[in-house]
Design a protein around this ligand. Structure first.
Ligand code: PHE
Length: 343
């Protein structure tokens, strides 16, 4: 085959190539190490000496022409293939997107975090403890010995005679007091789950959440307790709350009080939620019993303390107007959605 013939055959094939892959094969077929152009080159060996230069030149021209045609076609095919891909992979940004649902913060966790924030702001630390607790921390150290009638106040799930599901987070307070080895001051809150053998109904649950607080130092007084709780009530239920103490009894505090907050719904005038009284009971509190301080290695002559305990469900129910405590534990999305801050 002459160089001209090879060239025009190659150009025809190149022009007919429909994609880059075919073109690559054509390039190998003609310009490859064992390609047809190389065959022409090899044929030079057979020629008489004087014809060689002219022949060599012709082969070169042919080779350049094929290479040029290949390059040109390659450019054209690249553009075509790119356009084809752009067309195929086009994204229609006007299509409706996937609906994504977000998880929500559980209302009890929201209350817990609010309390943590406000107490951390006052220099408290947040303490934790085990839910499966020793009788010793839950009762004994809290001034509730085995035969004490106050044990009946909290019906307890026992695992064995010395192990139970904690009935209040006071157990955490006792652990912290003991671990402090008489070092003052102590300033902590302890949020967590607690368990009592109650029949579940709209206002009772065998498992609920508490957040208790404890401050021990020199000259800690009932007035400090009142100021702290007033601050908490204002932050949790809105500025301008009033609080009042009513005498009560807890074995680990003396004196003990029940704390009422002026009704956030009617401002104290009396409504269905506060049952006309203008007050809502929110927590139990008191001055840490001297015997509790003593048992935990503190000298009641040199220090004093206050403690309080609030039920998170109760606060959440008041704050969000929830009337059945069981709503918190059902995992019902329709309930949780009310607290979705992303909607
Ligand atoms: N531990 C008490 C309860 O669970 C609450 C409380 C805590 C009362 C601290 C007084 C002081 O009911």
């Amino acid at each position: 085959m002459t160089t001209e013939e090879l060239q025009s055959q190659a150009v025809r094939e190149i022009e007919a190539a429909g994609n880059l892959e075919d073109l690559k094969n054509i390039r190998i077929k003609y310009l490859g190490k064992k390609g047809l152009v190389q065959d022409l080159m090899n044929a030079m060996r057979e020629l008489p000496k004087e014809e060689k230069p002219a022949y060599g030149q012709k082969v070169n021209v042919c080779k350049q022409a094929i290479a040029g045609a290949l390059d040109e076609r390659q450019k054209a095919l690249s553009v075509l293939e790119l356009n084809k891909r752009l067309e195929e992979e086009k994204i229609d940004i006007t299509l409706a997107g996937d609906q994504r649902t977000y998880g929500t913060m559980h209302p009890l966790m929201m209350i817990q975090q609010e309390l943590e924030d406000l107490f951390i702001g006052m220099g408290y630390k947040v303490a934790e403890g085990p839910e499966v607790e020793q009788d010793y921390y839950n009762f004994e150290l809290a001034n509730i010995p085995k035969d004490h009638p106050a044990r009946d106040m909290q019906d307890t799930f026992y695992i064995d005679p010395n192990t139970l599901l904690r009935t209040h987070t006071t157990a955490i307070q006792m652990r912290e007091l003991e671990a402090a080895h008489g070092q003052l001051p102590i300033k902590l809150i302890c949020p967590g789950k607690v368990y009592r053998r109650d029949d579940d109904d709209a206002t009772h649950s065998h498992q609920f959440m508490q957040c208790e607080g404890l401050v021990v130092g020199e000259h800690v007084t009932l007035a400090d307790l009142k100021g702290t709780l007033k601050f908490m009530a204002d932050r949790m239920f809105g500025e301008g709350r009033q609080i009042r103490f009513r005498p009560s009894y807890f074995p680990f505090t003396e004196p003990s009080v029940e704390v009422d907050v002026s009704c956030p719904f009617c401002g104290g005038k009396g409504c269905s939620i506060c049952k006309g009284s203008g007050w809502i009971e929110i927590l139990g509190a008191g001055m840490v019993h001297p015997h509790v301080l003593e048992m935990n290695g503190f000298d009641p002559a040199k220090c004093s303390g206050f403690a309080f305990g609030v039920g998170l469900e109760r606060v959440a129910m008041l704050k969000y107007g929830i009337d059945d405590i069981r709503s918190f534990y059902t995992d019902d999305k329709r309930f949780l959605k009310n607290f979705n801050r992303f909607d």
